[in-house]
Design a protein around this ligand. Sequence first.
Ligand SMILES: C[S@@+](CC[C@H](N)C(=O)[O-])C[C@H]1O[C@@H](n2cnc3c(N)ncnc32)[C@H](O)[C@@H]1O
Length: 190
Amino acid sequence: MFTEPHEDMPRIVQLLKSRGGYTILDLGSGTGRHIVYLARNGFSVFGLDNSPEGIQATRQWLMEENLDADLRLQNMTEKLPYEDSFFDAVVSVQVIHHADMATIRRIVQEIGRVLKLGGFLFFTVPKLKNQEGKFEQIEPNTFIPLDGREKGLPHHYFTPEELREVFGTWDVADIHLDKVNHYCLSAFKQ
Ligand SMILES: C[S@@+](CC[C@H](N)C(=O)[O-])C[C@H]1O[C@@H](n2cnc3c(N)ncnc32)[C@H](O)[C@@H]1O
């Protein structure tokens, strides 16, 4: 279980505080490391994940710290349960690549729908690597493991060029690799 926030999170909190927007969605919030970190920093935090165990662990952690957040148990591939232009920011760390490309494009569109104009998006996705174990390749750079812990869960591996293409209508401020070899994308909705 992750306990420390992603290395870029302090920078993101500073950026958001300087811009004055405090309503934030953590898409694929896992066991809650960013939910708790953002709530501690005074944000109005919303989280969505399709893992009941993840949502439960996050609730427990929030309770222990006497913090609050709106948590939803839902698949990110369905319409997000928020109104248009509701969020100042969306973060999503190591989540969006768990789909095929057509679905990823739909998720990015949904993120755009729930973000305010000028709203900020930060997400991380893994860089292409050699596949281990048995897998099926369903399209370029999308693999489905046929055994192991992540059996059946699609993994898409991005190139920076592909990220720029998927975010063609966004203002992409930065793409860089983090310590665990994931591309980190910062972009604004325009
Ligand atoms: C590697 S974990 C990252 C969790 C969290 N973002 C973090 O950084 O600690 C990936 C998360 O994505 C969630 N996830 C995967 N596919 C999903 C889907 N289709 N809908 C919602 N959540 C999903 C998993 O349940 C898991 O919590």
